[in-house]
Design a protein around this ligand. Structure first.
Ligand SMILES: Cc1cc2nc3c(=O)[nH]c(=O)nc-3n(C[C@H](O)[C@H](O)[C@H](O)COP(=O)(O)OP(=O)(O)OC[C@H]3O[C@@H](n4cnc5c(N)ncnc54)[C@H](O)[C@@H]3O)c2cc1C
Length: 486
């Protein structure tokens, strides 16, 4: 059933369009809450968050239990019909948008939103795939704990999506990506078998780690229905600062200095260029400039302390950094409302960019020590190679991960520019990052929009292994076709 795509020989299976009989079967099985083919219900789920990729599907299936997911996968496998697992559809790489030919069915996990248990003793939450991240934050907090993964899409992104993309976010510096927080997984495999890997175990050495294989698989190896996740103690206090620096190397030197002074207290260290702040102030209501003067680079820092421990002395550490000439200016939030206002400047960056227009987007990672070079010399190289373009690079400095976005020349028709020049710009940026030992996907995944570049830049060994795993677990190619695997 596999056919070859391109000369490299990596394969994708062909799936069948759903027959009226199969659709009637799902309608009867799932009932009105679990099945719709009404175009008005489907419409919001057929386009990606950036509004650039549009798909089609004959129906949206919304199971409420793992058994219903299993029945759907079994029936789809029998008919050779593809399924596209979907959570909040906040993917930055159109990972949850169905193919444009309409042959796949959308499989939403959003009705599976039970928090099955939270154990303070085990420090573990067992949650279903459709639980929205901010709901898990609230539930953990109510239990005196914290789930230490957060990102700007926290009101939309689901646990299933976060697991399937191995999401990162703003606390990776201290707690790692989803992989580091994922203790166990429950999933329906393409065969229709349930992999019941939910566990509170901190160690489990039974060979290949299916939990980690499914994490970051972008829905291509099965449907995640629940996960057990590591919790940490609730925060006692947090200190949030906004810092202006004039050169990117100073930002990295500041991070290492603060780590030496305050150790693990530093949780977030996010960098935003002056042009990024400008964009947010222009497009996002209720935002205002945190510093009196403008600086080439701005850093948002969050330091935390557990309950009962003294607040980390970020103020003294920053004052010393100002004296040492690393920091040009700084402000520390004096209240929770001010802290939220500073975070808003960072968290609405993607939204402000979206409002401003389209851009060639890159979610790249390099060794942390090379971040300043990428931010400054890398931007200069791109702007020299494509005269008039404007690089907007912001993100997780402490992880070496930057959203290295390239905007059209001022006054240009940005969509026309993106169609004409976008591919060459992206290839240039990815090659630049490759030269630095980096990767073209730090946290968003490959999805649809990075697939061609992934195929172009990945080593044959990586692609062969990926394809072999896909063929072994999903021989019919019914799980999320057209994503990740070239
Ligand atoms: C404003 C904004 C900021 C963001 N910031 C970050 C960030 O800082 N860090 C980061 O990592 N990401 C970020 N993202 C990207 C996005 O939020 C994450 O990729 C998130 O994990 C997607 O979750 P979702 O539920 O929306 O998944 P979807 O978009 O619905 O799906 C994402 C992928 O996972 C698959 N999938 C979804 N659910 C399941 C399931 N139950 N079983 C199997 N496969 C499944 C889909 O098929 C798809 O391939 C951001 C997005 C936005 C819009």
């Amino acid at each position: 059933m596999f056919h070859e795509l391109g000369s490299c020989g990596y394969g994708q299976a062909m799936s069948n369009p759903p027959s009226p009989t199969l659709l009637s079967h799902f309608q009867a099985q799932l009932g009105p809450r679990g099945y719709t083919s009404d175009p008005r219900d489907l419409e919001p789920w057929l386009t990606d968050w950036r509004g650039r990729v549009h798909g089609r599907a004959a129906a949206l299936l919304s199971p409420a239990t793992v058994e219903e997911v299993q029945a759907i996968v079994r029936a789809a496998a029998e008919a050779g019909v593809a399924l596209v697992p979907q959570g909040g559809n906040s993917s930055m790489v159109a990972g949850a948008v169905p193919p444009a030919d309409g042959t796949a069915l959308l499989l939403s996990l959003r009705r599976m939103r039970a928090i099955r248990s939270i154990s303070g003793e085990d420090n573990v939450a067992i949650v279903e795939a459709g639980v929205i991240l901010s709901d898990l934050h609230d539930a953990a907090e109510a239990a005196g704990r914290r789930f230490p993964l957060s990102l700007a899409a926290k009101g939309t992104a689901t646990i299933g999506g976060l697991v399937s993309t191995n999401a990162g976010g703003t606390q990776v510096l201290r707690f790692g990506t989803m992989r580091a927080l994922l203790l166990g997984i429950e999933a329906v495999l393409p065969s229709g078998e349930i992999f019941d890997g939910l566990t509170a175990l901190r160690k489990d050495n039974r060979g290949y780690d299916l939990r980690q294989l499914l994490c970051g698989a972008e829905g291509t190896l099965g449907v995640v229905t629940a996960a057990s996740l590591r919790l940490v103690p609730a925060i006692g206090s947090r200190t949030v600062a906004w810092v202006g620096v004039d050169e990117a190397p100073s930002a990295l030197a500041l991070l290492r200095r603060l780590e030496a002074r305050l150790g693990e207290a530093i949780e977030s260290f996010e960098i935003v260029p002056a042009a990024g702040v400008d964009l947010v102030l222009r497009h996002i209501e209720g935002t205002r400039a945190p510093l009196a003067s403008t600086h080439r680079w701005n850093v948002l820092i969050e330091a935390t302390a557990p309950q009962g421990a003294p607040a980390p002395d970020l103020e003294t550490a920053l004052a010393e950094a100002i004296e040492a000439g690393l920091v040009a200016d700084a402000t520390i939030a004096a209240s929770e409302a001010q802290a939220e206002a500073l975070w808003k400047l960072r968290e609405t960056m993607s939204e402000a960019e979206r409002i401003d227009g389209v851009a060639a987007k890159h979610d790249v990672v390099v060794p942390v020590s090379l971040m300043p070079e990428l931010l400054e010399k890398g931007s200069e190289r791109v702007e020299a190679r494509f005269p008039g373009v404007r690089v907007l690079a912001f993100g997780h400095l402490g992880d070496g991960n930057v959203h290295f976005n390239v905007r059209a020349p001022e006054g240009a028709d940005d969509r026309a520019w993106l169609a004409a020049d976008g591919p060459a710009v992206s290839a240039f940026v990815h090659d630049l990052v490759g030269e630095m030992g980096g990767s073209l996907s730090a946290e968003h995944g490959i999805g649809q929009t990075k697939r061609a570049e992934f195929a172009r830049t990945a080593s044959p060994a990586r692609l062969h292994a990926l394809t072999a795993i896909k063929r072994a677990l999903d021989p019919l190619g019914i799980m999320n076709p057209g994503k990740l695997i070239p």
